[in-house]
Design a protein around this ligand. Sequence first.
Ligand SMILES: Cc1cc2nc3c(=O)[nH]c(=O)nc-3n(C[C@H](O)[C@H](O)[C@H](O)COP(=O)(O)OP(=O)(O)OC[C@H]3O[C@@H](n4cnc5c(N)ncnc54)[C@H](O)[C@@H]3O)c2cc1C
Ligand code: FES
Length: 233
Amino acid sequence: MYSVVEVRETWEVAREIRAFRFHKGFDFKAGQFVMVWLPRIGEKPFSLAWKDMIIVKKVGPFTSRLFELKEGDRLWIRGPYGRGFEPVGKRAALVGGGIGIPPLYAFARAYKNRFDEITMIYGARSKEDLVPLDVRNYVNEVVITTDDGSAGRKGFPTDVLAERKKNFGQVYACGPEPMLKAVLQVMNYQNVQISAERYMKCGIGVCGSCNLGKYLVCRDGPVFDGFQLRGLL
Ligand SMILES: Cc1cc2nc3c(=O)[nH]c(=O)nc-3n(C[C@H](O)[C@H](O)[C@H](O)COP(=O)(O)OP(=O)(O)OC[C@H]3O[C@@H](n4cnc5c(N)ncnc54)[C@H](O)[C@@H]3O)c2cc1C
Ligand code: FES
């Protein structure tokens, strides 16, 4: 069932990345996604960054059309769908790469009082690709890495994770697949929850386009426990 949703606000947050805030909010769990439909263009999945917000990187036809929307324009949304992150333990690390930030931002904002300490380790290719948001309001520490060293530490978020993993009870990760693989290896598939991405059409476990081994990412994920992904990522 679709909700007709009006854009309340949209603004640029980084190079080719925009935030969209809606008039309507959704009940959701951090890590869940919605299917966004634009007439004559199609329908694509996006993580909720907050109950009324998505953050989108322009990569193709759908996101290019989305970028043309202005305040007051309408889009059609169904969901939220899928399995979100489970808050576990007292010391959390959020490991994000590039446009993997929205569900981690939602996690920090939703659970900041649930943990003794939340550390965000966030990497992007370059300074212009970092999505700053107001995440510092919701975590104890933010560690930035960039591939080219233009902001924060030069290197990958997993370099930092490898050095500090003993400090964290549970690691929550979302980002490009090579980064997710590295996170799983650093953590040896334990004490880690991963938000995976696959092409989606139906979003509700019917079409099979999002299969990942024996799982359907839309139905069994997008958040998986690390051990579930052994041999799959
Ligand atoms: C659960 C889930 C949550 C997501 N949340 C967000 C979000 O919060 N913000 C955001 O910007 N995007 C998110 N995405 C990705 C977004 O749905 C895709 O980028 C979408 O396909 C863009 O549509 P398009 O027509 O603009 O580009 P497309 O033509 O569909 O894609 C352009 C190019 O991007 C790459 N690509 C697109 N989707 C994928 C994918 N699933 N896996 C690997 N490569 C891909 C391919 O190289 C493709 O050629 C999410 C995807 C999933 C499955
Ligand atoms: S998108 Fe159709 S089964 Fe997952």
